[in-house]
Design a protein around this ligand. Sequence first.
Ligand code: DAK
Length: 259
Amino acid sequence: MTELVRLEVEGGVGTIRLDRPPMNALNAEIQHGLIAACREASERADVAAVVVWGGEKVFAAGADIKQMEAMSYTDMVDHSALLQDFTRALAGIPKPTVAAITGYALGGGCEVALACDWRVAADDATLGQPEVTLGIIPGAGGTQRLARLVGPAKAKDLVFSGRFVGAEEALAIGLVDRVVPAAEVYDTARELVARYAGGPSYALRAAKEAIDRGLEVDLESGLEIERMLFSGLFATKDRATGMKHFVEKGKGPAPFEGA
Ligand code: DAK
């Protein structure tokens, strides 16, 4: 893993820390680092949930424009899959994830946040998809995940205009889920997902997969995805533990083992 992205694990929560001052601009090295960190967070049994954090000043001001400026069409054809892969890897973590947003979350930075399950923003945070101002469009899921999250009209407003959105507006349109003072962003985000440590990890994984995959398909197909994932949980120890605990002792929490 690169020094620009670290996975720090404490108390069952993995923090993926982006660390490329001053703006955490997402160059190729940080994109590779993010993919590696997501893979490690996905695989490690001691990581129950993930916070993505860019530090106290900034989340990420987007793809590295200085690096992109020099790229040709064929460079981008070769490279564009990687650009999408870092948000795909994040969205694919089979555990609860949250972006802790301070300062700017713009372009690819906003797309990183969109690939998490939730977003906690500082009251002075700024979000947006300003790619059109550079003559391009969002390329790491922004046109897709943003529209799914806030609806097509609001997504078109943000993507067509490239305008910046403050935390309050972001909350009002559903782009972020919580707004807190900047100093409390990381702890609030951590608290939001720390509750899943010691939880029924395979049930959580199935729930995330059912919701995310179900949103991509028609209702009947989604219900079938749900049915299969539901049935599969009867092969887990936690399913037996959870039901036995309820029958013998009443409402949980049951002593889940993540198995
Ligand atoms: N890339 C490179 N450098 C950046 C940067 C960026 N995105 N953002 C800021 N910087 C650099 C500035 O150039 C400046 O560097 P020096 O001049 O000190 O060397 C330093 O960070 C501080 O920035 P400012 O001096 O501009 O600071 P301000 O406080 O005045 O303004 C700002 C902060 C964040 C509002 C401003 O820097 C800004 O507007 N930044 C650019 C934001 C932006 O347009 N982001 C979107 C980038 S495009 C794809 C997938 C994804 C993408 C593309 C393709 N495919 C799958 C094909 C993603 C594209 C993008 O994200």
